[in-house]
Design a protein around this ligand. Sequence first.
Ligand code: SF4
Ligand code: SF4
Length: 142
Amino acid sequence: MNIQQIASKARNSISNYCINECHAYCCRKGYLILNEEELNLLTQDKRKELEDREFIKQQEGNKFSLNFSNHLGSCPQLNDSKCMIHKNPKRPLTCEKFPIFVDEEKKEIRLSPRCFAVKENKLFPYTHKFLELGFKVNEDYF
Ligand code: SF4
Ligand code: SF4
């Protein structure tokens, strides 16, 4: 199994925890930086009200920040702790990769310290595999 396959398996290993115990904290708190296409995909018919209430802010380089601490209480695509666009290939890369980001060039794995599965060391069996393959594992990067 290569590093990307192990990372993918590691993400899948926490999916029940994400839904049933964490209740998708990462889709309810904080914000995401998105391009226009991603913003439209995530907000759809809610874009205007989120803009009017200033939960969407323009950033440099034609990017936007979408604040999840909004009147909806989360990303607009979150429903019952599940992502409604989980299988959409156009969903943001951050959503696809969170909380494990692989940098093959630097041989580094970055784990988001915001993630409760990371905080509770639920990825330990996989962390061990990353180390065995010669990757550094960094939890303080973000
Ligand atoms: S914060 Fe971590 S454990 Fe919680 S839903 Fe997100 S990825 Fe899953
Ligand atoms: S698109 Fe899905 S995974 Fe990404 S923040 Fe929204 S609900 Fe979460």
